[in-house]
Design a binder for this molecule. Structure first.
Ligand code: BES
Ligand code: MN
Ligand code: ZN
Length: 486
């Protein structure tokens, strides 16, 4: 067990200040008010339906019409017909983006009623996540961003929802910061040090394993991928242990701090630059752990961050090399750029050894998942339908969409056959997302398991609803929702 506390030399974001009030405070210079496509327009907007329509405002989700009035701007914020939490998250995000340089914003979007907790949570998430901008490593300067948000609403439900929304959005912001951080500022030892700090702060246990321990543990996948790097690998085990847990879930995150491809070197195109985000899975797992105490999570959660660079060098693993993984399986390396599955093999093996009720891994694993589902939707595959169903439910609740792909081991396992080892690390030219998942399934035994391939949604190129340019933090809120509602 290694331990280290280091001072960070990369920035992490501050959240805007969030509070609740029964009405928009006088010092808010920008007030967003929910307006649907029909029915009465709230008086605060100051315009009649007919005037709004003349300006092209129909009340659709995402529309914002700013109405300058004395001393402050009031905005009609489209929420659509009978808005659900997802609509309100999008509406809040649109409103915060429209607020531009106003620093004090009030959001009057939550209707009274039974859904007010989930609605207030969604509004809070939309506001915080849309206000996000990666602090970056340049001059701090004037961020010109919303710095105070008041959620207007009444009752305990609203306060609870806002409190939950702050916890989930704060976690997602952390995941974004980590994925946006340049790779040399955040390497495997750095993220392990940060995990130790966060564990102290948020009340979860942290154990860190370095190269010597990993060799003793037989983690041939992680060590094999790390061989080309001058920076040591780290395996980080995180534990959240409530007094009387209902269930135990293990989360395993791919932490490739930088993926050059290794000997199977990637080209120097724009894709290559975002490979600093190849640790987005590990970032989602670590960030999830930071939300559990605020949310009083009653489920025991074990997080595994499997962290290394994937680099080419004279010591790098070679094509044709055979690695022996933690569970004893041997793997012939046919492409060193299929490194995520090699390190996850060890993480999954260790996770199932503790016999949790379920294991979920999250990884920026394949370009094939992005080719199939685009940049908005993650692929989910698994050995347990009920678990996949849970993840789909969480995806609906959090607005982080997933789509199930077939695991089809019967048909496609043979694509991984090797002449010299139990399997090779790549399949054929097709079904790359599926063959990657089939590879992982060799390491989970009988434990119910699901795999999230987030290569597509790990980043966005332009601001869109609650997703701000850069790393999205995708999967963080999905995992939080899954484990807290277990
Ligand atoms: N980290 C990449 C996958 C990726 C691609 C993530 C694009 C985000 C955006 C992964 O390690 C990788 O290189 N996968 C290869 C696998 C192939 C060699 C079988 C891929 O998808 O091309
Ligand atoms: Mn790769
Ligand atoms: Zn990778």
């Amino acid at each position: 067990m290694m331990s280290a506390m280091a001072s960070r030399d990369f920035p992490l974001s501050d959240l805007p200040e969030i509070s609740t009030a029964r009405s928009a405070p006088a010092d808010a210079t920008f007030v967003g008010v929910a307006v649907g496509p029909s029915g009465a327009v709230p008086r605060a907007v100051g315009l009649a339906r007919r005037d709004l329509e003349r300006q092209g405002f129909t009340g659709k989700v995402g529309q914002v019409l700013v109405v300058p009035s004395r001393g402050r701007a009031v905005a009609a914020v489209g929420v659509g017909d009978r808005p659900d939490a997802g609509d309100l998250r999008d509406a809040a995000a649109a409103c915060v983006r429209a607020a531009g340089r106003h620093s004090e914003v009030a959001l009057d979007l939550v209707a009274a009623g039974s859904r007010s907790t989930a609605d207030a949570q969604a509004v809070t998430e939309g506001a915080v996540l849309a206000a996000y901008r990666y602090p970056g490593l340049g001059e701090p300067g004037d961020r010109g961003r919303v710095s105070r948000v008041v959620i207007v609403g009444e009752g305990r439900g609203v306060d609870t929802g806002v409190r939950r929304g702050v916890a989930t959005a704060r976690a997602a912001v952390l995941a974004r910061d980590l994925a946006n951080t340049p790779p040399t500022y955040l390497n495997a030892p750095d993220i392990a040090d940060l995990a130790a700090e966060l564990g102290e702060q948020y009340g979860f246990g942290v154990e860190v394993f370095g190269p010597r321990e990993l060799a003793e543990m037989g983690c041939g996948g992680l060590l094999g991928v790390n061989r080309g790097s001058v920076v040591e690998p780290r395996l980080v085990k995180l534990t959240w242990q409530p007094r009387t847990p209902r269930g135990h879930v293990a989360l395993v995150g791919k932490g490739v701090m930088y993926d050059s491809g290794g000997i199977s070197l990637k080209p120097s195109d724009a894709f290559h630059v975002v490979m600093k985000m190849d640790m987005s899975g590990a970032a989602a797992v670590l960030s999830t752990m930071t939300a559990l105490s605020d949310l009083r999570c009653r489920t025991a959660v074990t997080g595994w961050l499997v962290c290394t660079d994937n680099m080419p060098s004279g010591s790098a693993m070679k094509l044709g090399d055979v690695l022996t993984m933690r569970n004893g399986r041997t793997v012939e390396v046919h492409n060193t750029d299929a490194e995520g599955r090699l390190i996850l093999a060890d993480g999954l093996s260790l996770a199932v050894e503790e016999a949790p009720d379920a294991v979920i891994d999250i990884a920026t694993l394949t370009g094939a998942a992005m080719a199939a589902l685009g940049t908005d939707i993650a692929a989910v595959l698994g050995t347990d339908d009920a678990l996949v169903e849970r993840l789909r439910g969480a995806a609906d609740a959090t607005g982080e969409p997933v789509w199930q792909m077939p695991l089809e081991r019967g048909r496609y396992r043979r694509l991984l056959d090797s002449n010299v080892a139990d399997m090779r690390n790549i399949g054929g030219p097709y079904a790359g997302c599926i063959t990657a998942a089939i590879f992982l399934s060799e390491f989970v035994g009988d434990t119910p398991w699901a795999h999230l391939d987030i290569a597509g949604p790990m980043k966005v190129d332009a601001d869109e609803s609650w997703r701000s340019r850069g790393a999205t933090g995708f999967g963080t809120r999905l995992l939080i929702d899954t484990v807290t509602n277990w």
